[in-house]
Structures are given as structure tokens and as C-alpha cells.
Design a protein around this ligand. Sequence first.
Ligand code: ZN
Length: 226
Amino acid sequence: MRSDPRKALVVLSGGQDSTTCLYWALDRFGGTAVSAITFDYGQRHRIELDCARRVAERAGIPHACLPIDTFRALGGDALTDDAVAVRDETDADSGLPNTFVPGRNLVFLTFAAAWAWPRGIGNLVTGVAQTDYSGYPDCRESTLASLEQTLRLGMESDVVVHAPLMHLSKKDTVLLAERLGALDAMALTHTCYNGERPPCGHCPACRLRAKGFREAGIADPLCADA
Ligand SMILES: [Zn+2]
């Protein structure tokens, strides 16, 4: 199916990166062409869903929240299983942190493409990045390129998957957010792995976020609000 190359759907988690991507999409495709989708996958931190809704509201774009309750049933990771605490160190067997939710980004983008298909939306935008991160294999450029090809084949579409933060450091992501006028929206975002707001400041996600703002020389509006 031919989709409209002027329309874009942003996978919005309510975090810093996907919010930056939303503003990137607004800048590139224009305000009336952008919509967002959020997945309620049984994440422990329900606050993310509220953040996503508020970010979309502020940006003035249509926003859908879709339920996917299967990840929680799978269990075994720190973001969906209440019995698993977030740990700093990587697992000795997998080499991955226990915040890795297997298949999450693959499923998100597949559902996003399925949402986009009947609506004729030709672009998907995701905040994944392979730099400065925890080494999640579903955030790699090669994974996304392969998935884009699979979506095109599997849905007979010409959808394009954009990952504008793919090669940016956290510092550069903050600078991009500033350039796009997304800093105010950052006060509405959520990053902390411990689900705390104001953020706990010591979990891996908080430390990475703080490092990015510090290196960019910009105060984090989320912490300014706290
Ligand atoms: Zn934290």
C-alpha cells in the first residue's frame, strides 16, 4: 500500500528521547502531519503513560495509547516484573542489563506500523539510539534497518523508520532538544528506572540523563521543577 510520505507517527514513551523525537518530527513534517502512539505494556511505572499523554497534549497532536499486556506475563525483567529490582550491572549470561525487555522495540514498531498502515502514515519515528546506552540489541541501527525491511515486506508498504537520535550522545540529544524548542516539554517527561518523580538521581537512567544535561551545559527542566 502506498502511504503518505508527509505523515509521521512517533512512538512516544513519555521519556526524554521520544519527546525529543516528537519535536524532531514536528520540525520535519509539520504540526498537522504528526501523531503519536504509546504502548501500555504493563510497565511498572504507570507514570510514563501520564507523561506521554501530557507531552502529546502540550504539542497539540493526536495521541493513542494501546494496551499490550503480554510483556508483563513474560516476566523476568526489571521494567515489567515487580519481583525483579533494577540492577546496575549486566547479567553474566546475556551481557545485558536486567532492564532489557526482550522484543520490546520490535513489538512496538510492528504495532506502530500496523496502526500506521490503514491510516496511510508513511513514517515511523523512534527514540532508540545505539550510542551512550545500555547496549540493548533492539536499539542498534542494524536491527532497525532489518526491521524496516521486514515491515515493508510483511505489510507490502513503503514505510520508513526514522531514529533521529541513533548516533547522538546524550549531550547531543539535549542540544538537539534545545534547538527544536523541546526543553519546556522535558519538564513533563519521565526517565527514572525507579519510577520516582522528582527523579531518584542515582539509577542508571537518571545518571545518564543528568550526564547529558551537565555536558550540554543546560539545566534539566524536570529537576528545576522538582
Ligand atoms: Zn532514577
